[in-house]
Write a protein that binds this ligand. Structure first.
Ligand SMILES: NC(=O)c1ccc[n+]([C@@H]2O[C@H](COP(=O)([O-])OP(=O)(O)OC[C@H]3O[C@@H](n4cnc5c(N)ncnc54)[C@H](O)[C@@H]3O)[C@@H](O)[C@H]2O)c1
Length: 256
């Protein structure tokens, strides 16, 4: 494995499962010191413990990105422990709300509000608290997890798509406002990724897997590790001249 992140201090939010957990593993294996932050404290602790058992430097931090006070205190503890902040991967989303995210006529406004509160407002809260630390470290990188849904124009999930489009806009703002101060901001927009939790939970019907596989110009569906690899690239020095972009990592499901 490359060692592009040796000693970089990185916080991954939404890191207890799925793409975030795979990203922690990738960042650690490239030499980073990682704070594994999630609303699900037990899941975050399990990931951090697995990393420590493998000889890496990682610790868990509970955080609820829908709660400003919790975000501020979680970052204060995380940065105190890391000593500095070089990068953040803001990856959390409330994916329970997505099942009730029907269409614009029907969707319960509580579902819309909750989706925006976590997937967009929560990312703004994390950005606000991370940026001063990144600036005082002389610059660094923020990577947000968006989604192909921001561009695909689906007949369902309007709240989710709106939250992810808003996130792309937030990212472009951050890149524009702080690029000259050495900050890069980018989004990774995954296509359908079967996480190990989805596979273990049998949540995905085989027919849906077939539909998704037909839709990709690739031999297989996505894995969490495919997204983690792009995040690691953007957080490393190899990504220093990449700024303000949305990267679709989707096996060719959407072409641009
Ligand atoms: N899996 C896919 O097919 C796919 C496709 C496109 C985009 N995405 C995006 O990738 C990201 C990760 O998704 P995943 O599939 O790994 O799902 P996941 O549910 O495994 O990961 C999401 C994590 O965010 C955490 N989280 C939820 N609400 C939170 C909050 N309020 N504060 C802090 N943490 C919170 C969860 O506990 C969980 O660990 C999400 O942003 C999702 O929208 C996933």
């Amino acid at each position: 494995m490359n060692q592009r992140l040796v000693d970089k201090a990185i916080v991954v939010i939404g890191a207890g499962t799925g793409i975030g957990a795979a990203t922690v593993e990738r960042l650690c294996s490239e030499g980073a010191r990682v704070c594994v932050a999630d609303v699900n404290r037990d899941a975050a602790e399990a990931v951090a413990e697995r990393m420590r058992q493998a000889g890496h430097d990682a610790f868990a931090q509970s955080i609820d990105i829908a709660d400003e006070i919790a975000v501020n205190s979680a970052f204060a503890s995380a940065v105190a422990r890391l000593g500095r902040l070089d990068g953040v991967h803001i990856n959390a989303a409330d994916l329970r709300a997505i099942f009730a995210d029907s269409d614009a006529l029907d969707v319960d406004l509580a579902v819309f509000d909750r989706t925006i509160a976590v997937n967009l407002r929560g990312h703004l809260l994390c950005t606000r608290v991370a940026l001063p630390h990144i600036l005082s470290a002389g610059g660094g990188s923020i990577v947000y997890t968006s989604s192909g849904a921001c561009d695909s124009g689906e007949p369902e999930r309007p709240s989710y798509a709106a939250s992810k489009s808003g996130l792309n806009a937030l990212m472009r703002h951050v890149a524009s406002r702080w690029g000259k101060d050495g900050v890069t901001a980018n989004c990774v927009a995954p296509g359908f990724v079967m996480t190990s939790e989805m596979i273990a939970g049998g949540q995905v019907p085989p027919e849906w897997v077939e539909v998704c596989l037909k839709g990709v110009r690739s031999t297989r569906l996505g894995k969490a590790e495919d997204i983690a690899a792009m995040v690691a690239h953007l957080l490393s020095e190899d990504g220093r001249w990449i700024n303000g972009q949305v990267f679709h990592v989707n096996g060719g499901a959407l072409l641009h």
